[in-house]
Design a binder for this molecule. Sequence first.
Ligand code: COA
Length: 704
Amino acid sequence: MADRLSDFVTYERVDGVAVIRTDNPPVNALGADVRAGIVAGMERFDADPDAAIALIHCDGRTFHAGADIKEFGTKRADPQIWTLCDRIEAATKPVVATLHGTALGGGLEVAIAAHWRIAQRDAKVGLPEVHLGVIPAAGATQRAPRLMGAARALEAITTGRHIPAPEARDLGLIDELDDSGDALAAGLAYARRLAAEGKGVRRTGEMPVPDATPELFAEWRERAVKTGRGLNAVLYCVEAVEGCLLPFEEGLRHETAVSDKSHADPQRDAMVHAFFGERAVAKIPEASAAPRRLETVGVVGGGTMGAGIAAAALNAGLKVVMVEMDAEALARGEANLRRNFASSVAKGRMSQQALDELLATRWTGAADFAALSDVDLVVEAVFEKMSVKKEVFAKLDAVVREGAVLATNTSYLDVNEIAAVTRRPQDVLGLHFFSPAHVMRLLEVVVGAKTLPEVVATGFALARRMGKIAVRAGVCDGFIGNRILGAYLKAADMMVEDGASPYEVDAAVRGFGYPMGPFQMGDLAGLDIGYLNRRGKDETRDPGERYSEGFLDRMYENGWLGQKTGIGFYDYAGGARSGPPNPQVLPMIEAERRRLGINARSFTREEILRRYIAAMTNEAAKVVGEGIALRPLDVDMTAIAGYGYPRWRGGPMHHADTVGLAKILSDLQEFAQEDPGFWAPAPLLERLVAEGRSFADLNAPAAG
Ligand code: COA
């Protein structure tokens, strides 16, 4: 009979082995109760004359997957996790950990404080704290280098990657592998064997570090600045591991100091917000609906987008039917599809033969819509024009079986209007993929007025299978992401017209943490796209609205379309992906200002960002206020997963909370004196400021 040590932890002696066992679903997080239970277990074991060796084990799907992240930012009750790890290591009789599932963060910290480790072969281990903006603590930055060497520990800790158990064994983190699938039985057998062989206490803290030199850390600090892209935790990780140049006890104290610094950094809250936000976006009103069958996906169109969607579906193990207009277009579609796998083949992740086989068995190409008759879900990825989309949907309605999901990949158009041409608007939704669709993580699931819950649930199920982050969006021009993008691009255009250079704007935006600025992005996407979009809106544009895109029209007229023409805002001579500014752009913009009678003024970097952020926050507040996004966190995850927003700032709405909504509102009011139409504050923002509330207050889970 097992004795209960705490709510989640029990103690039982099995043939001389003291089994300290945790059952804290879903992931056996090391919350206060679990820590207290294991410490009590260690006390009991040390005093138990009938126990020669102890085994730390978890029930359920995984060994401890980490500290309880929900405790971050709260005053954690004693015992702390470092007390727990030190207590395990200090045991006077040997302690074994038996790992299965994902032994991450605190889980691996506990395991490497134990004296011996066995893992299921399919287990993964890792120290992913960097992804939460903090460092692995509890001695891991000092113990890991002793087991695997400082250079390898730096790699593992700064990337936070999940390491497969066989590799972890080769690295020295794990001693034994087991294939049985029964971590408890394997752990018991291993513990008995160790006891029989007289293997005793083996404290990691007493081992030497084979390869720590000051030069190694200097090199990694430099590397961390580059790979971190503004994420401080990467630097904190290097700083913490550097403590292994000191004696173990001093190294532990050094680690604690760096850990405290990382926990005090506002980036931690942003990263934790992103971690929970990525999971919370799936909590939608339709979450309880059962998704429909999803085995075969139809894709209409084999262009960049269609081929990307097809590749994503194939990678997710689905069958794909691609339809194009004629045999020639289909051949291009297949070539586009193959190109999407080219780098996997080149890098040896997939053989040419495996690719040929994949396409032969799970991909069908056709030049006739009839081939789609039996698919479970079809995504249309044709030219972005309402009349074209309607034509496609009318055809789909005629051939695709009843009960299939019909999706449009439109990035702006009215999903309800598209659905209305079918006899089954309840089965229609928007699935807005981002290019390249087999790489980008975001999927906007656009819910029409008549879309059934199970159809929405099927869109989310597709995203899950593809490993994407799905965000639920309502119907409006541009949905969540492109609508907000439109607002901050407009702010950027206005600043350029008023006197900022596109290069100053790009530099400021990069300085904020984006991988590229808006004009670099325009060059990448092709400046013809925006041009055609503007022409499409000429007739409906409010005549009172400021038109600040004249200089962008000149770019188009000059044929400076960006990377595709080798010249845009930047010069891509020789096919380079980046380059110096195009020297003709600034004179062209000056001429444009003269034509408009604008006296150029200068903008500081701070002012550029103030306007960029105010425009972004304001539009985001409208998107939430109108119910297009369910919660502010849905906007945040959209921006991070699809628009290059720096994760360590948590997303535009999280960031706005840290700036202070009252401050942003007063910026908007100031800018509105120049242009009340564009800068009018969103009603939601005004309301929150009046009530003294924040966007975070609106992030309560949606009904699921
Ligand atoms: N603390 C608190 N809650 C946690 C947690 C942790 N360390 N790890 C996971 N959870 C929660 C999730 O929020 C989710 O809750 P929900 O069902 O209410 O949304 C639930 O546990 C299941 O997690 P999920 O990520 O959906 O399951 P999964 O099987 O896809 O992945 C993990 C499992 C362990 C790989 C993944 O959850 C993970 O990476 N966790 C964080 C690990 C980590 O960073 N540990 C270091 C902390 S110091």
